[in-house]
Design a protein around this ligand. Structure first.
Ligand code: MN
Length: 131
């Protein structure tokens, strides 16, 4: 996958697991450990897709994603929510309304994360192969 992925996750162990798998799969990976960093990295690098932990310090994943969606420069970047919380019926709708393209519940295998990234890119028409 010739794409750039931003992993925004405050848990270092999780970040390393996803990063190593994605790098091994051919992705370029940028990392952020809180929502504020995620915004900065997004504006700086314009990743093809963002993996966004919902529970992070400084700025959480909900707030960071809201800011990304409000900025015309970053609004089209698909953002996948990563949550450690049990998924309730209302959560999917809330996540969709917040602009998330997908909602993943931890623990989730790295290869499933990659599959969800591929799905998100195909449904949003971003293949990562045409620049
Ligand atoms: Mn977290």
């Amino acid at each position: 996958m010739d794409i750039t992925v931003l992993i925004a996750e405050d848990n270092l162990d999780n970040r390393i697991i996803y990063r190593d798998f994605l790098v091994h799969s051919g992705c370029r990976v940028i990392e952020a450990s809180n929502g504020r960093e995620a915004l900065d990295r997004c504006r700086e690098h314009r990743p093809d897709v963002v993996l966004m932990d919902l529970s992070m310090p400084v700025l959480d994943g909900w707030e960071a994603t809201r800011a990304l969606k409000e900025d015309p420069d970053t609004a089209s970047i698909p953002v996948l929510a990563l949550s450690a919380h049990v998924v309730l019926d209302g959560d999917y709708r809330k996540a969709t309304e917040a602009g998330f393209v997908s909602y993943l519940t931890k623990p989730i295998e790295a290869r499933r994360v990659l599959a969800e990234i591929e799905r998100a890119l195909s449904t949003t028409g971003r293949t990562g192969e045409d620049g």
